[in-house]
Design a binder for this molecule. Structure first.
Ligand SMILES: C[S@@+](CC[C@H](N)C(=O)[O-])C[C@H]1O[C@@H](n2cnc3c(N)ncnc32)[C@H](O)[C@@H]1O
Length: 157
């Protein structure tokens, strides 16, 4: 069982895990039945527009609070994974962090980063217990992704 595996690793209490596991099984894999199966028609044109402006974007200043959040995240990773052998999962635009928590429960051996710029959304999810292998970070993803690319060492991909 997922909960037993997580509890063995001391990630989170067994009772809390069982609650979250029930939630995971009841809702996580049931998308709305009218969920679109095709990409949104604007995805391609939007991606091409961003690609054309990529050089300008990469030369623009980084968002300073996100740089600080990134540095704190690297410190957390170094503490949780001193040997550098755990996988890292990035939940970009994690909102309230629900998907981050579920990913952390599903992958107890990995470290899961949930990143969102909205203080309000992160705050809305803050009463839920966060597994030890998950971290919620308030940051602007444009800067966060650039910092990840710059720090890329084969793990932070
Ligand atoms: C549609 S919501 C998805 C929330 C969550 N993943 C879920 O499934 O419930 C998109 C999220 O992306 C965040 N977001 C959008 N652009 C962002 C950016 N540039 N940097 C950080 N977060 C961003 C928004 O704040 C919002 O919470």
């Amino acid at each position: 069982m997922l909960s037993a595996a997580c509890a063995r690793q001391g990630v989170i209490s067994e009772a809390s895990l069982r609650r979250q596991e029930r939630l995971l099984l009841s809702t996580a894999f049931s998308p709305p039945f009218d969920y679109p199966l095709q990409p949104h028609p604007n995805v391609r044109s939007g991606a091409l527009r961003h690609a054309r402006n990529l050089d300008r974007f990469l030369a623009s200043p980084l968002h300073q609070p996100s740089v600080e959040a990134f540095d704190a995240t690297l410190e957390w990773i170094a503490r949780e994974d001193p040997n550098g052998d755990r996988s890292i999962i990035l939940d970009s635009g994690c909102g309230t962090g629900r998907s981050t928590r579920l990913a952390a429960l599903a992958e107890p051996a990995a470290l899961v980063l949930g990143v969102d710029r909205s203080e309000q959304r992160l705050e809305r999810g803050s009463s839920a217990e966060t597994p030890r292998n998950a971290r919620l970070v308030r940051a602007e993803l444009g800067s966060f992704w650039r910092l990840l690319l710059a720090a890329e060492d084969g793990r932070l991909a």
